[in-house]
Design a protein around this ligand. Structure first.
Ligand code: UN1
Length: 508
């Protein structure tokens, strides 16, 4: 262990959890620091993956691909099944690492690992359902059909806020689809990546699968660029900011690679006059404040009918007042820390901008526990009444700020909801079926996720996850997202003994 790491309850617990997942925690040392947003302390130091190592990792994944591709998909499913079993066995251990690095409260850290277990289940089933269709051919004695084939190496770039679940959405599907994976986790979530990788490595060994099918690289930005630019990487699946997506997408496009992007959200909920306000209140608070406002699905804008806005904001202010903020290991706390100081500064800047743009902070926004933890950034979630959807409201600030806007007519509310550059998640709280249907129709929400009487966050893995516009257009996780990890081939088989040409063309 390096000199900088002090032995504390947290570092001891993290090392125990790493060992339980199969990582030789005592052998770790190096130039990278894994820091905890809980206290600001360094948990472990560990070696960085150099840019050359990233290229070598892509090489190993590319080498493992043909044998993996050629095996039966349900046999590939066995590896994912075993991974799911190990994740179930080590759910609490991995959650300790998620909590230590992402700052989640215990139930959300456990919930994140549960998402991994669920997607493994889903992918195992999918391994027997990589369906292609057969279409009627226009020619006699011909069969027209499609088949789905493995794509190659998939590069997975994941973010700090769902540091392991989003990796598993991609990896569980990519593996059953016959692809191999190189994973670059967030630089602020290295330990939970090590734990996840160790469990997957064990599953690979237990099933006798090729060792190269999953490669973890603890790389910085330069290493990430290597991954993005490598022509052997058939698909780059990247989760993160719009800024990151703007850099990744053209680089991948320049070499005609595929990109699956899951970028920022600026999610809104409409609260209609007929809404059940008790239910709406709970849905709003969880979506706005859960994970300290650091989900890409976090509720950031509340569009409330003018007849209920005063009652609802009053109740929200009250509810915000009861939230306990602090060390997420403490079961009574519901709001953990922001990931780092930069994130805190961005929140403060957004609050200043909001006030300059005519907003009123109804509650929250202050840093707390600064004396106890000078290196950690705990904040009171903020509720801000805005006169209009101003510039700051149109941006995603990755912190717990909820802007409140009002509307008179549903069309106006939908206009506000859609009037931002991002298009991930959205919701309406209403008891009016006609309103709900309008919201879900093609003239309603323009987001990838549109919900009724439920908040914007906390999606199940069974549906496709992703959004439109600046959110990047990618779909991950459930439904038929698996198709992004495969290539489609169209096959025409002629068993007629003649050679009729399509479109009635005659030749020779
Ligand atoms: C993310 O924040 O990148 O729907 C993913 C949710 C979670 C996933 C969020 N199931 O909030």
């Amino acid at each position: 262990m390096s000199q900088t790491v002090q032995e504390t309850t947290l570092t001891a617990e993290v090392r125990r959890a790493l060992r339980a997942c199969g990582v030789d925690a005592d052998a770790l040392s190096g130039g990278l620091e894994a820091r905890s947003p809980l206290t600001g302390e360094v948990l472990v130091t560990l070696p960085a993956t150099s840019q050359e190592d990233v290229t070598a990792a892509v090489g190993r994944a590319a080498e493992a691909f043909p044998a993996w591709r050629d095996g039966p998909a349900p046999v590939r499913g066995n590896v994912v099944k075993r991974w799911g079993e190990l994740l179930t066995e080590h759910k609490a251990d991995l959650a300790v690492l998620v909590q230590a690095e992402a700052g989640k409260i215990t139930s959300e850290a456990l919930g994140e690992v549960q998402e991994m277990i669920d997607i493994c289940d889903f992918a195992v089933g999918q391994s027997r359902m990589l369906y292609g269709r057969t279409m009627p051919s226009e020619r006699p004695g011909h069969r027209l059909m499609e088949t789905w084939h493995p794509l190659g190496v998939v590069g997975v770039i994941s973010a700090f806020n769902f540091p392991v679940a989003v990796h598993s959405w991609n990896t569980a599907l990519a593996l059953v689809c016959g692809d191999t994976v190189v994973w670059k986790p967030s630089e602020t979530a290295l330990l939970c990546a090590l734990g996840t990788d160790a469990l997957l490595r064990r599953a690979v060994e237990d099933c006798g699968a090729p060792a190269g099918i999953h490669q973890l690289v603890l790389a910085d930005r330069g290493g990430g660029e290597r991954l993005v630019d490598d022509p052997r990487v058939a698909l780059v699946s990247a989760t993160g900011s719009v800024r990151m997506g703007r850099e990744v997408a053209p680089r991948v496009a320049a070499r005609f690679g595929r990109a699956l992007l899951e970028l920022g959200g600026n999610n809104a909920a409409i609260v209609a006059p007929s809404a059940d306000l008790d239910l709406a209140l709970r849905g709003i608070v969880f979506s706005a404040v859960g994970t300290a406002g650091q989900r890409c699905t976090t509720l950031r804008r509340l569009i409330v009918h003018e007849s209920v806005v005063d009652t609802l904001t009053e109740r929200l202010v009250q509810a915000y007042g009861t939230l306990s903020i602090g060390d997420p290991r403490e079961p009574s706390n519901l709001v953990g820390p922001l990931i780092d100081e930069r994130s805190f500064d961005a929140m403060q800047q957004a609050l200043r901008d909001a006030q300059e743009q005519g907003g009123t902070v109804l509650t929250g926004g202050n840093r707390v526990l600064a004396e106890e933890h000078p290196g950690a950034f705990y904040v009171e979630p903020a509720l801000v009444r805005m006169p209009a959807q101003t510039a700051v409201v149109q941006e995603e600030t990755f912190a717990p700020i909820l802007y409140v806007l009002t509307y008179a007519e549903l069309a106006e509310a939908i206009g506000l909801q859609n009037g931002v550059p991002q298009g991930l998640s959205s919701a309406i709280f209403t008891s009016d079926q006609l309103e709900a249907e309008r919201f879900l129709s093609s003239a309603g929400s323009d987001c990838g996720i549109a919900n009724v009487n439920i908040g914007t966050s906390g999606a199940e893995i069974g549906g496709a996850f992703g959004g439109e516009k600046e959110t990047g257009g990618g779909r991950e996780s459930g439904s038929d997202s698996w198709k992004a990890y495969m290539r489609q081939a169209t096959n025409t088989v002629n068993y007629s003994g003649e050679l009729p040409l399509a479109q009635g063309v005659t030749f020779l």
